[in-house]
Write a protein that binds this ligand. Structure first.
Ligand code: IPM
Ligand code: MG
Length: 364
């Protein structure tokens, strides 16, 4: 037997709700690819979120964090659920994910939104509004009101929103590079007519764009207007960069453009090749245990991991092409108008992967 090319350690954090159901499909996909590309895949499964609270009392146990720090990448399912919604609880499952993003310095959250033409009918929007939808939202992930000082009383509460120049610069530079690589434009979304933090975002972004990215078209837009344009003229956007909370809200909105929340992948990145990959759909308590969760957002997240953290671009392209083909052929779950279960949809992607090699892939 030939020696393996390398060793990759991936930490799996299935979490709550449908998280474990879609993470199981990610695991099968990765295992197959490790064989195809001749590397040793070391998988370690750890607890996060509500599942971790039930087992240890903490949403992010030290053991989980330690494992993540030694990994090449993390694949996360979802956190949260109605069983942990009691406002009297001292901790919440979501705190586990937030603490993990912060501890690992994952400041840039990439959320691509690309419409498969066949799914135009699955979107609540009229198909004529959806033509050409292909955008990338770069959401700042470790700052803003999510992480500012909190006060919480019976008669008063406060979530401080702060941003430093450095925090803005690094994520804007990342987004501008993506826009340049795509040959596209960058839109900064803010609320500069009201918020001081937004005015700093605008100042910093404008100077970066004039000094370092003069070749990349740039515009800014107020978040309320952007929320409207995402449904009235989504194809006008290319790369969006925005602060943490706006990015959270706008990406749920944007997910409706491509037919289903279950479609959107994401990559949370810091300075190096390390990253955390998760679908944006959340724990979906209403469909837990039914075997109908759409695994494509998760599998596409694994694709982003192969691209960014493992440096295996061909594998990433194969995953994307296979998902695309499954949709073209109606091999998908109910939310996309298909009839497949989660595991059958995952299996369909793995089967179609086998149909591609480097020579059959069209780039782009
Ligand atoms: C997301 C989620 C999280 C967020 C929650 C679960 C804390 O909504 O990743 O978009 O708000 O960032
Ligand atoms: Mg969200």
């Amino acid at each position: 037997m030939s020696a393996k090319n390398s060793n990759k350690k991936i930490v799996l954090l299935p979490g709550d709700g449908i998280g474990p159901e879609v993470t199981a499909e990610a695991e099968l996909l990765m295992t197959g690819l490790a064989e195809d590309y001749n590397f040793t895949l070391e998988l370690q499964t750890e607890l996060i979120g509500g599942a971790a609270m039930d087992a240890t009392g903490e949403p992010l146990p030290q053991k989980t964090l330690d494992a993540c720090r030694t990994a090449d990448a993390i694949v996360l399912g979802a956190v949260g659920g109605p069983q942990w919604d009691d406002p009297n609880l001292k901790v919440r499952p979501e705190q586990g994910l937030l603490a993990l993003r912060k501890a690992l310095g994952l400041y840039a959250n990439l959320r691509p939104v690309r419409l498969h033409p066949k799914l135009a009918g699955a979107s609540p929007l009229k198909p004529e509004y959806l033509e050409g939808v292909d955008l990338m939202v770069v959401r700042e992930l470790t700052g803003g009101s999510y992480f500012g000082e909190k006060q919480e009383g019976d008669d008063f509460a406060s979530d401080l929103c702060t941003y430093s120049r450095k925090e803005i610069e690094r994520v804007v530079i990342r987004a501008a590079n993506i826009a340049r690589d795509r040959g596209g434009k960058l839109t900064l979304i803010d609320k500069a007519n009201v918020l001081a933090t937004s005015r700093l975002w605008r100042k910093v972004t404008e100077s970066i764009m004039t000094e370092r990215f003069a070749d990349v078209p740039y515009e800014n837009m107020l978040v309320d207007a952007a929320a409207m344009y995402i449904v009235s003229n989504p194809a006008r956007f290319d790369v969006i960069v925005t602060e943490n909370m706006f990015g959270d809200i706008l990406t749920d909105e944007a997910s409706m453009l491509v037919g289903s929340m279950g479609m959107l992948p994401s990559a949370s990145l810091g300075a190096g090749s390390f990253g955390l990959y998760e679908p944006i759909h959340g724990s979906a308590p209403d469909i837990v245990g039914k075997g109908i969760a759409n695994p494509f957002g998760m599998l596409a997240s694994v694709g982003m991991m192969f691209d960014h953290s493992l440096g295996m671009q061909e594998a990433a392209q194969r995953i994307e092409a296979a998902i695309w083909d499954c949709i073209s052929n109606g091999e998908c779950t109910q939310d996309l108008g298909g009839t497949l279960t989660t595991s059958k949809a995952g299996e369909a992607v793995r089967k179609r992967m086998g149909e591609y090699d480097s020579s059959s892939l069209v780039s782009g």
